[in-house]
Write a protein that binds this ligand. Structure first.
Ligand code: RI2
Length: 319
């Protein structure tokens, strides 16, 4: 590997994230932190300047894969902030140690968040899920571990049907599952005690950016009087929104919605495939993090505490 080159494993990680082979905001965060550790370990850079420059190139490649989940840049930033030293060896060692620390913290945060979220769930409750979120599942699993009997109505979550992954994970916890199409949500909400979803990003005003369909679900849940809880580790908090930036919504390939043949049969149409939407804070009852649960409007206090007035992206600096 020559100077400035991205390690092939980093390229593979980036490709897997872009194609959603690796998906889910927390899983993506872990994958990119590990990829930076791989890049660091394999580096043949001879000077600290070259090493830092290589790491920036790798981080840019990773950061360009998907735009919405802020856990990705937050994970990169975690490693860059702890990358320190006068020599290449020191820089390597601190980068690798940072990725290790990140992994440990991520797991601990999810366990802690699970216990916080579990307190909102009572024995006998039915939850409704949307998409597949490891943070949301952590809350359900912690409640099950506490001996609570839960059942779940699982929305399939078109177009990629990540609800199937959720259904399987819940069955592994012995939770009874009813799988429904997305448009059946309102019909089943009267049997549901909580809507439990994850998040890809949380904005400073408490808006929740999550899988497309979350906002519609939140509106009908409010109409039916069903509380909606968002399980989101603090790596989902989006620092740039503190200074008024909005979160980019990823538009994905139209063929996830309809294949070429079916589309040809229909005739000339426009197809759009936004992967995420924005749920305004007024439709959210609580954001559950590893640092406790927050009414969405007060999440800004935690964000100021964590990020000050904002952050930068060190990998965007000139190489
Ligand atoms: P965890 C997913 O996005 C879903 O929107 C899910 O709610 C969110 O990431 C959080 O997942 P995608 O990668 O971090 O499937 O809780 O597009 O696992």
């Amino acid at each position: 590997m020559g100077s400035q080159e991205v390690h092939q494993e980093v390229e593979a990680v980036a490709e897997d994230i872009a194609t959603m082979e690796t998906r889910g905001a927390a899983t993506i965060a872990r994958a990119v932190a590990d990829a930076l550790a791989t890049q660091a370990a394999a580096s043949e850079a001879e000077t600290p300047t070259d090493f830092r420059s290589e790491m920036r190139v790798a981080a840019r490649l990773l950061s360009d894969t998907r735009p919405t989940a802020v856990s990705l840049p937050n994970a990169l930033r975690f490693v860059f902030e702890q990358m320190d030293g006068e020599t290449v060896d020191e820089l390597k060692a601190t980068s690798i140690a940072a990725a290790d620390r990140f992994r440990v913290q991520l797991e601990r945060a999810q366990d802690d968040l699970g216990r916080v979220g579990a307190n909102r769930l009572r024995d006998g409750d039915t939850v409704m899920t949307h998409c597949h979120s490891t943070d949301a599942l952590a809350c359900i699993e912690a409640a099950v571990d506490q001996g609570k009997d839960l059942s779940a109505v699982v929305k399939e979550t078109r177009p990629r049907n990540q609800g199937h992954i959720t259904a399987q994970a819940l069955r592994e916890m012995d939770v009874p599952v009813t799988l429904v199409v997305d448009s059946a949500a309102r019909r089943y909400l009267d049997e549901v005690d909580h809507v439990v979803v994850g998040a890809d990003s949380i904005a400073a005003d408490g808006s929740v950016i999550n899988k497309i369909g979350t906002s519609g679900l939140a509106v009908v849940a409010r109409e039916r009087g069903v509380p909606i809880m968002v399980a989101a580790q603090t790596i989902k908090l989006h620092p740039a929104t503190l200074t008024g930036h909005t979160v980019e919504i990823e538009m994905r390939d139209e063929r996830e919605v309809i294949d070429d043949e079916a589309r040809r049969d229909i005739g000339e149409i426009t197809v759009e495939n936004p992967a995420f939407d924005v749920t305004p804070p007024r439709y959210v009852d609580a954001i559950v993090t590893e640092r406790g649960q927050f009414p969405p409007e007060s999440i800004v206090t935690l964000m100021r505490d964590m990020f000050g007035e904002g952050t930068d992206d060190p990998w965007e600096a000139e190489t």
